[in-house]
Design a protein. Structure first.
Length: 58
C-alpha cells in the first residue's frame, strides 16, 4: 500500500515539506506517479521505528 505525501505527513505529524525533504534526501523511499510521489506505508513505519529515541525514566 502506498501513501501520498499528505498522508505520510499526517502519520508522521510533520509538514508536507518535511516529507519532501526526506524523500529528496533519500531517507524515505518513494516512487513518482505522474507529478506526485507515493511512499510505501511500510517504509514510513520503518523510518519511524529507526528514528525512535527512547526516553529513560529517572
Amino acid at each position: 500500500m502506498f501513501l501520498t505525501v499528505a498522508e505520510v505527513a499526517t502519520v508522521m505529524r510533520v509538514s508536507k515539506m518535511t516529507v519532501y525533504r526526506l524523500v529528496h534526501s533519500g531517507h524515505l523511499p518513494a516512487i513518482r506517479v505522474g507529478r506526485s510521489f507515493r511512499v510505501p506505508e511500510q517504509a514510513v513505519h520503518d523510518y519511524l521505528r529507526e528514528s525512535y529515541v527512547g526516553v529513560e525514566s529517572a
